[in-house]
Structure formats: structure tokens, C-alpha cells
Design a protein. Structure first.
Length: 81
């Protein structure tokens, strides 16, 4: 919030809302967004998409013989998403 606080007027107020911020392209691709002034899509919330892909990979592993269920406690960003 330090960088964010530099955008608040002195003696000003802010409104803080929480919600998912994963983009969906016009073509329906989750996590991609064509930003104004750019010629190609880019990721819009890379952390959320990374967590989503980790969940997909885990779902695919459940039917396999791979029993690596170790949780990476060092990866707190992915763990909390």
C-alpha cells in the first residue's frame, strides 16, 4: 500500500474495494487482456492464473501414480490464493 498511498491527496480519502481482477479476453481466454495502446494480449493477474494452473495440474495428478502431495510453504502468494 506504500506506492498506492502516494496517489491519495493530502487530507484526502480513499475507497478500498476487494474483488477478483482476473481479465477475460474478448475471445473468452481467462487471464488475458488486450490493453489500450498495445498490440498483443498480456496477463492480467499472473498470480491468480498461476494458482489456477497449479490447481489444474493437481487435478490431473490425482489420477496418476504420482504421490507428491508436498505443500510448498515457501510460496505464500500461491498458497494464499
Amino acid at each position: 500500500f506504500k506506492a498506492f498511498s502516494h496517489h491519495v491527496p493530502e487530507d484526502g480519502n480513499i475507497v478500498l474495494l476487494f474483488g477478483p481482477h482476473v481479465a477475460i479476453s474478448e475471445g473468452g481466454e481467462v487471464g488475458k487482456y488486450l490493453r489500450q495502446g498495445q498490440s498483443s494480449h498480456s496477463t492480467a493477474c499472473g498470480a491468480c492464473i498461476g494458482a489456477y494452473k497449479a490447481c489444474l495440474a493437481k487435478a490431473e495428478q490425482e489420477g496418476s501414480d504420482d504421490s507428491d502431495d508436498e505443500f510448498d510453504e515457501c510460496d505464500m502468494q500461491m498458497a494464499w490464493i
